[in-house]
Design a protein around this ligand. Structure first.
Ligand SMILES: CCCCCCCC/C=C\CCCCCCCC(=O)SCCNC(=O)CCNC(=O)[C@H](O)C(C)(C)COP(=O)(O)OP(=O)(O)OC[C@H]1O[C@@H](n2cnc3c(N)ncnc32)[C@H](O)[C@@H]1OP(=O)(O)O
Length: 132
């Protein structure tokens, strides 16, 4: 998808351009691909927040057709944190016009959560970003 991300304070911004592999309705990006980008870009936000967490709930409003071969801006940020609950937002836009807007509930988990799949994590993951 050519997703490129950078950190801007507490916000993660990036550019993404979908191609024919992501087509749903003719000429339009599949909604699942959009949800994937909105969800997945959170990986970097988690590093910024220094909080291991997983998606518990993701809700996407599709506001306008997402055209293939068109550069979009994706932005994600933390709206509120209450104990383990991270309320996150993500926007996808073209030329400042909203294409999709997501609200997500992430739950902070112990690092051991990510080891359930049998993969060994890098030992210095906690140094990737500042703590909240
Ligand atoms: C420093 C950087 C970080 C480094 C990290 C180390 C290296 C890792 C490397 C890289 C990480 C990158 C990560 C990218 C992630 C991308 C996004 C994904 O795709 S994540 C995959 C899809 N999501 C899952 O697989 C979750 C599956 N679900 C679960 O595992 C559990 O359900 C879990 C952990 C989400 C919750 O289980 P419980 O047992 O811990 O907690 P309970 O008791 O059920 O809930 C706690 C509270 O949250 C509410 N809650 C739970 N689920 C809810 C829901 N769906 N909607 C609303 N509320 C919910 C409950 O009502 C409860 O609330 P009350 O405390 O009573 O107020």
């Amino acid at each position: 998808m050519g997703l490129r991300l950078h950190v801007d304070g507490d916000c993660v911004r990036g550019n993404v351009t979908f191609d024919d592999r992501h087509e749903g309705a003719p000429g339009i990006v599949h909604g699942g691909a959009i949800a994937t980008v909105l969800d997945d870009t959170l990986g970097l936000l988690l590093v910024v927040l220094g909080t291991p967490a997983v998606t518990a709930n993701l809700s996407v409003d599709y506001r306008a057709p997402a055209l293939l071969q068109t550069e979009m801006i994706v932005e994600r940020w933390l709206e509120q944190r209450v104990d383990r609950k991270l309320h996150l937002r993500a926007d996808l836009s073209i030329d400042g016009q909203p294409v999709a807007q997501a609200r997500a509930l992430f739950l902070a988990v112990e690092v051991a959560h990510f080891e359930k799949g049998g993969r060994t994590l890098l030992p210095n993951w906690a140094d990737w970003g500042p703590s909240l």
